[in-house]
Design a protein around this ligand. Structure first.
Ligand SMILES: NC(=O)c1ccc[n+]([C@@H]2O[C@H](COP(=O)([O-])OP(=O)(O)OC[C@H]3O[C@@H](n4cnc5c(N)ncnc54)[C@H](OP(=O)(O)O)[C@@H]3O)[C@@H](O)[C@H]2O)c1
Length: 281
């Protein structure tokens, strides 16, 4: 990474007064909020979106993928800083299938990329485990468990429904994974997932999941904080995903309060981006 000041800085726009801040450490050195009242663990999530609200686009074959250019090394750095705070990363079947197919990169370990040694040291200084545990949310249980989880000795918890396929469930248990049927389904409810993970001792859950879990976490009022990277681009196209779906509007469950906003106009970005932080309480 170049050491030019513009390359390293972002501008805090809110809270005022505005001022420059180093990108590195922006999320690592901040305090995370308390869990939502009545929720036994802190739940936070991160998304990256275009100005027209696209988090993914689908090609003609129906395969969903991140829009071109939406993510970059600076957003990735902050994503890893958010991972650093977690004692459990929450992933899902859809991600594990995309990972196995090579459509997405590996985001199941913390601080393993170039230039992220400080994240590893930061976790050690906090007395945290080298790697967080990983929870996998899946209704179908039709996904491969990546080898990296055993390579890094991460505890793995599979959260599913009582109607999940029994053979797949038995195979996962036989392979030594903790499989938890959290409810009747058809999907795992975020609140049930959080309670199951809190029972296992986890207190900081980073949702690395998609629209379905985010919707559930908002509706069931377990999400404390949403981090959002807003890329200064319009993506367009008819086939796309936004951050939440669902049959009904979210209503008050969708109301958030901005707690920080940073502008990133680094010269090597093909367009700028905002890093926004919203709290639900
Ligand atoms: N831009 C961003 O920040 C961002 C963030 C997340 C995702 N995305 C993209 O958006 C697109 C759609 O996201 P997605 O694949 O995450 O969609 P999703 O519909 O939220 O989840 C995909 C699959 O994961 C499993 N799953 C998720 N939530 C579950 C729940 N509550 N209970 C049980 N199983 C659950 C289900 O598959 P099984 O039951 O078969 O396992 C589900 O079909 C993808 O292209 C993704 O890469 C973008």
């Amino acid at each position: 990474m170049s050491s030019s000041p513009t390359r390293r800085q972002v501008v805090r726009l809110f809270p005022v007064p505005s001022r420059s801040r180093p990108l590195e450490g922006l999320y690592l050195n901040e305090d995370l909020p308390a869990p939502v009242a009545g929720v036994p663990a802190l739940v936070y999530a991160n998304f990256v979106t275009s100005l027209d609200g696209r988090v993914a686009v689908s090609d003609n074959g129906g395969t969903s993928r991140l829009p071109e250019g939406l993510t970059n090394s600076r957003d990735w750095r902050l994503f890893q800083e958010l991972q650093a705070h977690a004692d459990c990363l929450v992933s899902h079947g859809g991600y594990l299938r995309a990972l196995a197919a090579g459509r997405l990169g590996n985001i199941l370990q913390v601080g393993t990329g170039d230039g992220s040694g400080d994240i590893v040291r930061w976790r050690a200084a906090q007395g945290m485990t080298g790697q967080p545990a990983v929870a996998i949310v899946s209704a179908s249980l039709d996904m491969p468990i990546p080898d990296s989880l055993s390579t890094y000795a991460q505890p793995v918890h599979v959260l599913t429904t009582t109607t999940a396929n029994e053979d797949r469930r038995a195979a996962l248990e036989e392979a030594g994974y903790d499989v938890v049927a959290t409810g009747a389904g058809p999907w795992v409810r975020a609140r049930d997932a959080v309670e199951a993970l809190a029972e296992r001792g986890y207190r900081r859950l980073y949702l690395q999941t998609g629209p379905r879990m985010l919707e559930s976490a908002l509706r069931e009022r377990v999400l404390a904080r949403l981090y959002l990277t807003i890329s200064h681009r319009l993506v367009g196209g008819d086939r796309f995903d936004t951050m939440v779906r669902g049959d009904a509007p979210l209503g008050v469950a969708g109301r958030l309060r901005l707690s920080a906003l940073y502008l990133d106009e680094a010269p090597d970005l093909d367009c700028g981006q905002l890093f926004a932080r919203f709290d639900t309480a």
